[in-house]
Design a protein around this ligand. Structure first.
Ligand SMILES: *Cc1c(COP(=O)(O)O)cnc(C)c1O
Length: 409
């Protein structure tokens, strides 16, 4: 049976499988444009053999690109030792990763780490942290309009997109969404607020920057009123913006950050890192996860973070980000209205609502980019890209734009 089904599966084309998708997968996901098979560096190939330059990296996840030897070695050597042990036991990779995270976040010896398996889980832990900061009277949690924090019920309650929340109401109570302005912060924060959740750059909203001075104002207002400042670094963290974490650009120290996407280069993991006194809020038995902090995920994350340091990929993110911005501006297309984001998290603001068509055109030209909404293209390539990938992006993106013009004409 295995032999025949293997043969049958390998004989099916991408088109065949896309047909299968709708009859086996839950209706919550759109039918994907292509079926991918393997990758190497910044490139992936679909099951029909077509090559793509991957400038999305699984939504800022594949930090080291695809099939990086460091990641392959970390997965295989750890899989041959221990994959899972439960939280009744600890392992060296887990504690070494916690130490490393406390170092690179700057949380240091007064910081603490909780491991989960995804971004949403990291934010669920942060949500519980916020409730523990309630002291009876702090009933409100603030988050930003248009922010994204995940799809589970707690993280969804934090997410500032009414259309995502409405089908699942009633929401977990206590969350209020405010505009991303310093005036809105000043109006909303008082001693009834337990925590403020902030994305330093709103990735899912189309890579939208916060106003100048926003994080500094958020820090001083939350400190003054005893509220926690929780920075969601799930998309912006781990070197992507040209610093280990995006909050560093603002020169602030948060009470907690959540980390996930790029941390283990594609192996599922999430973490909540607390700073200073927030580290004492959780007490024994108040949170946990069966898979969280398992030796496989933590060994791979440790190896990925070590490689990011060894190969100076944070500097590379800053440098290649600047190079990409230059080459995008040099195209001189009237469709490119503005460039947002930092380092290798780039939002291209379009002057017309054609992002889906442009992303589809790019795909036809062998380039993976993403359209988080109709007027934005998001680029989040692997942190390993060099001159050759930047040049290849330029060629393929120009071709995609030209093709779009031709269709529009
Ligand atoms: C992706 C993302 C999440 C959710 O992470 P999952 O791993 O999909 O649960 C939360 N916050 C931000 C800012 C994200 O980009």
């Amino acid at each position: 049976m295995t032999a025949t089904s293997t043969t049958a599966d390998s004989a099916r084309t991408g088109q065949d499988w896309r047909g299968t998708f709708g009859s086996v997968m839950m209706g919550s996901l759109a039918v994907p444009a292509v079926m991918l098979d393997h990758g190497s560096g910044a490139y992936v190939w679909d099951i029909d053999g077509k090559e793509y330059l991957d400038f999305l990296a699984g939504i800022a996840v594949n930090s080291l690109g695809h099939a990086h030897p460091v990641l392959v070695e970390a997965v295989s050597s750890q899989a041959a030792r221990l994959v899972h042990v439960s939280n009744y036991f600890a392992t060296v990779p887990q504690l070494a990763l916690a130490e490393r995270l406390l170092r690179i976040t700057g949380a240091g010896p007064t910081g603490r780490v909780y491991f989960g398996n995804s971004g949403a889980e990291a934010n669920e832990a942060a949500f519980k942290l916020a409730r523990l900061n309630s002291h009876g009277s702090r009933t409100r949690i603030l988050a930003l309009n248009n922010g994204f924090h995940g799809r589970t019920m707690g993280s969804l309650a934090l997410t500032g997109k009414p259309s995502m929340r409405e089908p699942f109401e009633p929401m977990v109570p206590g969350v209020e969404h405010i505009d991303s302005t310093i005036a809105a912060l000043e109006a909303a924060i008082d001693d009834t607020v337990a925590a403020l959740f902030v994305e330093p750059i709103k990735g899912e909203a189309g890579v939208v920057d916060l106003p100048e001075g926003f994080l500094a104002a958020a820090r001083s207002l939350t400190s003054r009123h005893g509220a926690l400042l929780v920075v969601d670094e799930i998309q912006t963290g781990v070197g992507r913006t040209g610093r280990w974490f995006a909050f560093e650009h603002a020169g602030i120290v948060p009470d907690a950050i959540t980390v996930a996407k790029g941390m283990a280069g594609g192996v599922p993991i999430g973490a909540l890192v607390t700073f200073g006194s927030a580290s004492g809020l959780f007490t024994r038995g108040q949170h946990g996860s069966t898979f969280g902090g398992n030796p496989l995920a933590t060994a791979v994350a440790g190896a990925v973070l070590e490689e990011i340091e060894r190969a100076a990929l944070i500097d590379n993110a800053a440098r290649r980000g600047a190079q990409l911005r230059e080459s995008l501006l040099a195209i001189g297309s009237p469709l490119i209205a503005e460039l947002r984001g930092a380092g290798l998290l780039i939002g291209i603001g379009l002057s017309e609502p054609v992002a889906d068509a442009l992303a589809a055109s790019a795909l036809r030209h062998g380039l993976i980019v993403n359209a988080p909404n109709e007027s934005s293209i998001r680029l989040a390539p692997p942190l390993i890209i060099g001159d050759a990938e930047v040049a290849e992006f330029d060629r393929r993106f120009r071709a995609a734009l030209t093709d779009l013009d031709r269709q529009g004409a």
